[in-house]
Design a protein around this ligand. Structure first.
Ligand code: KG4
Ligand code: ZN
Length: 342
């Protein structure tokens, strides 16, 4: 079983090595946070408490499994909102202790990186992953489970966060990414031009906060819908261009041909079309996992748990939850060394 509660989605799933994904359920808190224009950590944690047990019951019923039959319970131990993580971690530990099932703490980012393996046509290792969500923007060279090399990441705002903040400037509701993309369809090419942050510098890091500031300074007060659509299009083109240039550079740097795109921003049609065309033109192939596996879910946590069965431990009564947990700290399954006492 996989459990995910790192941000504003509560999710549970059951994965079988022999039979694949048996059940998965996600409850999104978007409506809860919409009135605040962003995720409120304390409200998120409290809502996870309410959703946790019903979701676990749902996936057990849907899969026909009993708790004690599970090989292990994998849960997102970080990175994420600490209060939200603690709900999933303590819930998973409670279930595991009650049923005598081992536990596996999973890194949320590893979940995203391995999610494409759930697809009917999974990419082979090695590949480069472009992870673009509301909380993360990174390029990772993936050689195998637990073999990750961070190639680049955002120095400030994540791509989805830049979409959401810019959408707010344009007067669109939260989460603004999809709304901004919709408005951009009405925009005229070339009416505005925004910078492509950091593309002229070597390296694979991103920076999106300046782009949002550029929009704030160029957007006329009381702009008409027409002008806002022009700005939305120019902003979207700047983000898509930047992500594409860096993704191609990352494939070159990692000597890889396969690019996997994950995270909520992978839903963006302009980004998909552009990456598909440009990566193909360079002799590579892009993989877009189905959207329900791109955004936060527990199927990816259950799968990561399956790949890390070698790390399963009967639950101690302490709980592992980390607001920060860099991917580079991970090791392949079965290679974890117990931390020495301080
Ligand atoms: O992965 P995700 O569902 O949640 C986390 O951030 O963990 O990603 C959500 C992000 C939001 O910032 C949302 O605005 C963005 O993905 N997003 C989009 C689109 N659909 C979702 N951004 C641009 N275009 C879209 N079509
Ligand atoms: Zn995520």
């Amino acid at each position: 079983m996989g459990i995910e509660t790192s941000c504003d989605e509560t999710a549970a799933a059951i994965y079988s090595g022999a039979r694949g994904l048996l059940a998965h359920a996600v409850y999104s808190q978007i409506a809860l946070h919409a009135q605040y224009g962003g995720v409120v950590p304390e409200l998120a944690a409290r809502d996870h408490v309410d959703r946790f047990v019903p979701l676990v019951q749902t996936v057990l019923a849907d899969s026909g499994c009993r708790l004690a039959e599970l090989a292990a319970i994998a849960y997102t131990a970080g990175p994420g909102l600490i209060g939200a993580l603690l709900v999933g971690a303590s819930g998973a530990a409670g279930l595991a202790a009650g049923a005598g099932v081992p536990l596996i703490p999973i890194n949320h980012l590893e979940g995203h990186l391995l999610a494409p393996m759930l697809d009917a046509d999974p990419p082979a290792f090695p590949f480069v992953a472009l992870l673009v969500s509301g909380g993360h923007t990174m390029l990772v060279a993936v050689a195998g489970v637990g073999r990750y090399r961070l190639l680049g990441e955002t120095l400030d705002d994540a791509a989805g966060e830049a979409f959401d903040k810019t959408a707010k400037l344009l007067g669109l509701p939260y989460p603004g990414g999809p709304e901004l993309a919709k408005l951009a369809l009405e925009g005229r090419h070339g009416a505005f031009h925004f910078p492509r942050p950091m593309v002229n510098r070597p390296g694979l890091d991103f920076s999106f906060s300046g782009l949002k500031t550029a929009v704030a300074t160029r957007l006329p007060p009381d702009a008409s819908r027409e002008v806002r659509a022009d700005v939305a299009l120019a902003f979207e083109e700047a983000v898509v261009d930047t992500l594409t240039i860096k993704a191609l550079r990352a494939l070159g740097a990692a000597h890889a041909t396969r690019l996997v795109v994950a995270g909520g921003v992978a839903a963006n049609r302009r980004l998909r079309a552009r990456l598909e065309a440009d990566v193909q033109a360079h002799g590579g192939r892009v993989y877009f996992p189905p959207l329900k596996l791109c955004t936060d879910n527990a199927a990816m946590i259950a799968l990561a748990g399956f790949k890390r069965l070698a790390d399963a431990r009967l639950p101690p009564l302490d709980i592992d939850a980390r607001a920060r947990w860099p991917l580079a700290a991970l090791v392949p399954p079965g290679m974890q060394v117990e931390e020495a006492a301080p």
